[in-house]
Write a protein that binds this ligand. Structure first.
Ligand code: MG
Length: 159
């Protein structure tokens, strides 16, 4: 499983699920701050028994500054292949008060499928508001949660 949140600020592009969404604010962070892709990366790495996205891509490293998070997702897929694993499915929820996420889900699935080298019907993406509650409800940030199932050889991780 993976969870991520980034603050919404003026003067940044809003990129979620690898898709740029028109909005008056964008997510702030070292990379493109794509909270949905970061949650999925952590879900995939976690299913492999690996450590989190920050271990692979430290936010103190200038080479990841403003980078598209599809780069991180591709690396997660590379780690699955290295472990002779197979992604069974990925499921995610975006929690955002606004903008509306629904119209962009198809494009997000296409981006994620391409980066993970799986089919779009192996990917679930849902979106919900936070019923105006808390920092998400006030539009101060966007959160995302994801789970990934991966089939691995029985001797995975044994030395
Ligand atoms: Mg993040």
């Amino acid at each position: 499983m993976g969870y991520d949140v980034h603050p919404l600020v003026s003067g940044r592009r809003l990129v979620l699920g690898g898709v740029e969404i028109p909005h008056d604010k964008g997510l702030d962070g070292h990379s493109d701050a794509d909270a949905l892709l970061h949650a999925i990366v952590d879900a995939v790495l976690g299913a492999l028994g690996e450590r989190d996205i920050g271990t692979f891509f430290p936010n103190t490293d200038p080479q990841w500054k403003n980078v598209a998070s599809t780069v991180f997702l591709r690396e997660a897929a590379r780690q699955v292949a290295r472990c002779h694993g197979r992604i069974i499915n990925v499921d995610a929820t975006v929690i955002a008060q606004e903008p509306k996420i629904g119209p962009h889900i198809g494009a997000m699935k296409a981006q994620i499928a391409e980066a993970l080298n799986i089919r779009t019907n192996q990917i679930g993406i849902k979106a919900t508001t936070n019923e105006m509650l808390g920092f998400v409800g006030r539009g101060e940030g966007i959160a995302a949660m994801a789970v990934a199932s991966i089939e691995l050889p029985e001797d995975h991780g044994q030395s």
